[in-house]
Design a protein around this ligand. Structure first.
Ligand SMILES: [Fe+2]
Length: 273
């Protein structure tokens, strides 16, 4: 069965068509005015690089490179100077220490697990038990940060109203603004964790899920399309307790074409038909 057929079947069952529109949304959800000086969104990153990583043997995962320099995620908004993007210092710490730490820990855990006998496992306590508990924490941390960096792009990139993801958002949330409000609210709920726009294979719908830490609160099988880190290490140096301004900056920096492309690939996969 062709990819095109599968994709069209999914889109038809999801209840929206493929007619192209011309209006686009910025990362903050404002329609682009004609002649506003903002051209069509820049091309999305290469499909193979998006939220997947090369398969690696146990204990040999590598830290994904940033798709931009740490200096490129800052913003300037004379109307709202609180929205300053993400500083180079935070990007550097976040990527080189935190993200790298999850990769390093996962490698160590997988290497240690390979040496142990499962017969040693115990629900009360065993080295095997602790390693298994931390395996999902660090694996989820590694993968979610891969997505987080790919979700952002310098200056942000618009979501086309003619795109499939926009149409699916409108179908499932009622409007783009309704999705946006729910996503912001989702991002304010975890003490430490993530807000994740995900596509569920069960009801074939998009959901905004709140995730604690990295591994608690997800729905098995749901595919992340947008992952917003709301751990304090993601914003506190820049914003202090003002998480809403960090969230607003994140939304302005979103690489919507990349999320749209990821949605399209999953829709075409047949998994969600
Ligand atoms: Fe993080």
């Amino acid at each position: 069965m062709s990819e095109t057929f599968e994709r069209r079947r999914f889109l038809r069952q999801a209840g929206y068509g493929l007619a192209a529109g011309s209006l686009a949304l910025t990362g903050c959800g404002k329609p682009l005015e004609p002649g506003a000086g903002q051209s069509e969104a820049p091309a999305a990153p290469a499909a193979a690089a998006w939220w997947t990583r090369p398969s690696a043997p146990a204990g040999q995962h590598v830290l994904s490179a940033l798709p931009y320099t740490p200096e490129q995620l800052t913003l300037q908004d004379a109307q709202n100077p609180a929205l300053k993007g993400i500083s180079a210092q935070v990007v550097t710490w976040h990527h080189d220490k935190h993200h790298a730490g999850y990769v390093k820990a996962l490698n160590e855990i997988e290497s240690e697990l390979a040496k142990l006998q499962t017969i040693q496992a115990s629900a009360n306590y065993s080295q095997y038990t602790e390693l298994k508990r931390r395996e999902t924490f660090n694996a989820s941390g590694m993968y979610l940060h891969d997505i987080y960096w790919q979700n952002l792009t310098p200056g942000g990139a618009a979501l086309s109203q003619g795109g499939d993801l926009y149409k699916k958002i409108v179908v499932d949330f009622g409007s783009f603004d309704a999705w946006r409000a729910d996503f912001i609210g989702t991002g304010l709920t975890p003490n430490t964790g993530w807000a994740i726009l995900a596509l569920s294979p069960y009801d074939k719908k998009l959901h905004n899920y709140a995730c604690s830490f990295h591994e608690l609160g997800g729905v098995w099988g749901a595919v992340p399309l947008v992952a917003m880190d709301v751990w304090e290490h993601a914003y506190y140096y820049d914003y202090g307790p003002d998480r809403p301004s960090y969230i607003e900056s994140f939304l302005r920096l979103l690489n919507w074409p990349a999320a749209d492309a990821a949605f399209g690939r999953w829709a075409a996969s047949g998994v969600f038909a």
